[in-house]
Design a protein. Sequence first.
Lengths: 402, 198
Amino acid sequence: MAVSRMRLQRITLQHFRNLAAAKVEFGGARHFLVGPNGQGKSNLLEAVGLLTALRSFRTSDARVLIAHGQAEAAVACEVEHERSGATRVELRLRPGGKEVVVDGVAVTRLADYLGQFPTVVLSSQDQQLVRGAPGLRRRWLDLTLAATDPSYLRLLQAYHRALAERNALLRRGAAVAELAAFERPMAAAAAPLVAARAAGLEHLAAQLARAYSQLAMGASVPESAGFAYAANGAKHVVVAAKAGGAGSPVAPPIPSAMPAGLQGAKEADWLARWEASRARDLQMRTTMTGPHRDDVDFTLEGRPAVDVGSEGQQRSLVLALRVAQAHWFQEHLGVAPLILADDVLGELDPGRRERFWAALTPGWQVIATGTSLPTDEPRAWQVTQVEAGRFQPVAADGRSAL
Amino acid sequence: MASAFESLQAQLKKLPGVGFRSAERIALHLLVEKPEQLPALVEALRTAAVAVRRCTRCGQLAEADLCPICADERRDQGLVCVVEHVPDLVALERSGAHRGVYHVLHGKLSPISGVGPEQLNLASLLDRVSRGEVREIILALSNDVEGEATCHYLTSHLPPGGEVKVSRIGFGLPSGGGVLYADSVTLRSALDGRRSYS
Ligand SMILES: [Zn+2]
C-alpha cells in the first residue's frame, strides 16, 4: 500500500483544560513546544491526540477536558493528507458526550471515523504499560487493533455490550434461560475477538522485535523483544512473531501455534465455558472469565520484561512499542502517523535518542514537548514557546535566545 | 400544590421526545394560542383511551378483541412474524411482503434497561405456540446483542423436536438497525432471504 503523508497544519482550541483559546500553526516535519511545566504544552498535545480515536491518552473521563465553568470544549484540527487533501475535524466535548464533524459532516459511528488520523503518543506514563495492570495493556491492544480494523471494533463493542447485559443479570440473580440467551452473542463475538488479538499480536511482535533491536542500549546483539498472550486468564504463551500480512482485515481463526488457553476456542467452547461457570459467576455477581480478562505481557528473550528487564531495557521496550505501533498504523492504514512525544525526549540519553530518530520513518511528522530544546538534536525543529497558555512561534534566528 | 398549568406541563414532559421547553410550548399552544382545538383533542384522547387496546392475540393496536390482521382470514395465521415494536409491523405491512400474521413483543430483552421476559409480550406468543396455532416463526428483531439474545431466549422456549419452523431476517438490513429503518425493497428481499434459525 502506498503511504500517504499526513501533516497537522493547525489546531484551534477553546476552553480545553486550562487553555481558554489557543491557535497553533504546524505544517512542518518537526515541531517543538518548549516552556516550563504547567503552561499548557501537554494539554495541547493531548488535544492533538484526540484526533485518532476521540480518546485522551491521559484520562478516560472526558469531562475533565472541559475548562472549569464552561459548557463545552472545542478542538478544531486542519489536517493535510498527501492523497486526499485538506480535512477539517471539529470536535466538541460536552459533559453528556462528544460530537465530531469532519468537513462539515457529523460523524455518527466511531467505526466510520477511526483510522483516518493515526497518531502515536509517547509519554512518561508509558512505563505503566510494562509494569501496570493488565487492563492498560488490553486497552492499548484494543485501541491499536480497532484503529486499523472496523470489524475488530464491532466485535469489541458487541462483546462488551453482551458482557454488560450478562453482568446485569448476574447482579440480579436472574434465571438460567436469560443468562444463556446473552451468552450466545457473547460467544459469537468472543471467538473471533480472541483470534484477532492473537493474529494481531503475531504481526505486532515482528514489528516490536525490529524496533527494539534498533533501540536497545549498547548491546552488540540486543535481546529479542516480544509478547506473551494470556487469553482468558490462562498461562502466558509467547507469541511467535510473524512478518507481513499488511492490510489484512480481522484474521480468520488461526490454526494456532499457541495451544494453551482458549486462543483457538470456537463459539461452542465459549458457550460451554460460560455455562459451566454460571454458578460461580452468580455467586460473584460478575462474569469471571472471558476475553475481558485477557492479558498481554512484554517479553525479553521470551521471559517477562517486568521481571527480567532492567530499567533501561524497559524504557527501550516502551519506546519500541510506540515505534512498532506507528509502523503498524502506517502499514495497515496507508497513512504516515503523527508522532506526539510528550516530555520524553529530554529523558533519553543521547545514544538512545539518536537511535530513536533512526527508527522513525523520515516522512513522519513529529510534535514534541519539553522544558528545554534537545541540545544535541541535529535536526531542525520549528519551535513554539509556551507560557501561561499562550503559544508564540520562535523564529529560527531567535532560537539561541531560548 | 402545583397549578393546573404546571401539572399539564409535567404530564406532557413524560411523553417520548418531549423535553421541558417543548412541554411548555405545547401547553401554551393548547391553552392560550389555539384553545379552540382543545375540546377535539380532549375528546380524541378520551375516545382512544377507551377504544384502542392491544390485540389479545398479537399485541398490535386494536379497537376490537382482535386487530384487523389477526381477524383477516385470508392471512396465513400459522406464519407468525415476530417484531419488537408496532412501527416495525407497519413498515413490513407497507412492503406487502408478508402474507402471514405478527406478534409484537413491545421491546427486546435488555437487563441493563430493566427489560426481562416479564416486561415483553412473550408469554402470549408461547401460548399461541402451545395451542398449536403456529407453524412457522419469522424473527424480525434487530441485529444487535439484545435482538440476538431475545431470539435465543424465544427459541429456547419453543417445544423441542422442531415442530415449529424458525427463521430469522436481518441479514439484508443495515447492521444494528431494526426493521424500522429499512425500505420496502430491502424488507422484501430480507423476508425472501430469511434463514433457518436454531
Ligand atoms: Zn393481532
